[in-house]
Each structure stands twice: as C-alpha cells, then as structure tokens.
Write a protein that binds this ligand. Structure first.
Ligand SMILES: Cc1ncc(COP(=O)(O)OP(=O)(O)O)c(N)n1
Ligand code: TZP
Length: 272
C-alpha cells in the first residue's frame, strides 16, 4: 500500500510475495530456511475464491500450432468491418456493439460469425454472450463487471472461448481463477476511446504482465497506434487490440497492413 496500491491489490501482491519467498527459500550460507532476497513478485498467483463465480471452467484455448499468436486484434462495431479487414489476413477480431438491440443486434452478430468462419478468423463477441452462444461465435469477451451476470458455465459448455478484461492484480487473481482462453490487460497507454480510471501501465508494466502471466495468451489494449505497436509486440504479448488506430484511419486497409507488418517485425519496425 506504501507503493500506492489499493488494499485488494496489496493483499494479492503480498500473497504472491509470500508464496514466492517460500518457494525460493533454501539454504543460505549453510543456514536452512532463509527466504532468498527477491524483487517485486511476478508469479505464484493466489487462488481466488468468489461465491458468485464458478472456478476453473477451463475454456478452450484460442491459440494452436497453426495460429500460435492472436496477432493484430481489431475491435469493430459492425460486421462490414470484417468484410474489409479479414481478407488482409487479420486472424482475431472483436465485434463490440454498443448501439443496437433486438433483431438488428442479433443479425449483425450472425453476419459477423458467418464472415469470420469463411476466413477462419477468431471472432470474439463483446458482452452479448447469449447471442454469441446462439450464433456459435468463436468466443466471448467480458469485462470484470460482466463476469457475475454472465452464465460462464453455459459459455464453457457451448465450447466458446472466453477473454477477460483486467486492470490490476486483484482483477487478475479473480480472472485467472476462471482459466479463461486469454487475458486482456490495460490500459497500456492513455486512450480517448473509453473512460478508464486506471493509470496507464506503459511498456514496463506490460513487460511485467508478460512475465507474471507467462502461461496465458495476453492481449494488450488502449492507446496502441502505429508508432508504438512494435514495442508493444516486442514485450511478448500474444495479441494487440485496438479500435481507433484502425477505425478512425483515412485508409483502414493500408493502416491494418502496416500495423500487421510492424507487429511481425517487433521493436525494430517501430523505429522505422
Ligand atoms: C481485448 C479487449 N480488452 C478489453 C476490452 C474492454 O472490455 P470491457 O471491460 O467489457 O468494456 P467494454 O468493451 O464493454 O466497454 C475489450 N472489449 N476487449
Ligand atoms: C474497449 C477498451 N477497453 C479498454 S481500452 C478500450 C478502448 C481502446 O481503444 P483505442 O485502441 O482507440 O485506444
């Protein structure tokens, strides 16, 4: 807490530190049981039990030998974007609709699922998990506050993948307990696209998450653009999610090609 963490984060970090110290404890100078000096804990996540959430549902993996990374992960609000972006080689995309209801919403999701299937693209539906299940989308993306209202068991039983948003140690302990298919962490940088009451983690923060969450495909989000995607990618994240860098571009197709190239080349291309 002296470092400015909230109480819940501080408790998670303290548990990680304690368990990591115990795990690393060993003979020092012939004396047994002395904890080895260590820095900030980057593993030994505490098990988190929440009466309102099921645990360890083991959602299917979203990476495979053929598609080992999530890659560039555009987030769009209409199926027509999939028609435009998937032929370019985008292999992961999210449909995040905030302004449709009823049949219009359902039709838009059905259309996106159809296009994604034709292109063998991993389509995650934001929030609308029932419609994602109904139309057999590839996966669902949920925020922390959505986790309690969604029927996570039904999503898992239908074989859909799950991605979860996380912003801090406490949320990660909670999110990890579900064994989701990927873990999104952010904000990496400041963004105007969504109100975020969190201090941006920056590249150092993101690098820390990649070490602390080495077993999970990680997705970075917020404020990621052409000038920083190379460095973001070089931290070792599996996916790089973005909205406005693509959707506000004058030429979204050319920008998407450029972003994919910069991602593939890692930090080298970001200086180009
Ligand atoms: C990849 C990815 N990461 C984070 C979010 C944000 O999701 P959520 O917290 O549910 O907020 P809204 O998107 O519903 O505003 C995301 N959609 N995708
Ligand atoms: C939906 C969402 N969740 C966390 S940040 C964000 C918006 C990211 O948008 P941008 O890529 O334009 O910064």
């Amino acid at each position: 807490m002296a470092r400015g963490y909230e109480v819940r984060d501080a408790l998670v970090i303290a548990r990680m530190a304690l368990h990591q110290a115990i795990e690393r404890a060993g003979p020092v100078n012939g004396q047994r049981g002395c904890p080895r000096p260590m820095g900030f804990p980057n593993g030994n996540w505490p098990g988190y039990r929440d009466d309102k959430l099921p645990s360890a549902l083991n959602f299917p993996s979203c990476v495979s030998e053929e598609q080992p990374q999530l890659g560039l992960y555009p987030i769009v609000d209409r199926a027509v974007w999939l028609q435009q972006l998937l032929p370019l080689g985008v292999t992961t995309i999210q449909l995040r609709i905030k302004d449709l209801h009823g049949d219009a919403l359902s039709d838009e999701i059905a259309e996106a699922v159809r296009i994604a299937r034709d292109h063998h693209c991993r389509l995650f539906i934001n929030d609308y998990w029932q419609l994602a299940v109904e139309h057999q989308a590839y996966g669902v993306h949920l925020g922390q506050e959505d986790l309690e209202s969604a029927d996570l068991k039904a999503i898992a039983a239908a074989g859909l993948r799950l991605g979860v948003s996380n912003h801090c140690h406490y949320e990660l302990a909670r999110g990890l307990a579900l064994r989701p298919s990927y873990i999104a962490v952010g904000p990496t940088y400041a963004t105007q696209t969504k109100d975020m009451p969190w201090v941006p983690h920056g590249l150092d923060g993101l690098q820390y998450w990649t070490e602390a969450l080495a077993d999970f495909p990680l997705v970075a989000i917020a404020g990621i653009k052409d000038h920083n995607i190379g460095q973001v990618s070089a931290t070792g994240v599996s996916g790089v999610a973005m909205i406005t860098a693509i959707t506000d571009a004058d030429d979204p197709e050319s920008v998407t090609r450029d972003l994919m190239a910069r991602m593939a080349n890692g930090v080298h291309a970001s200086h180009g």
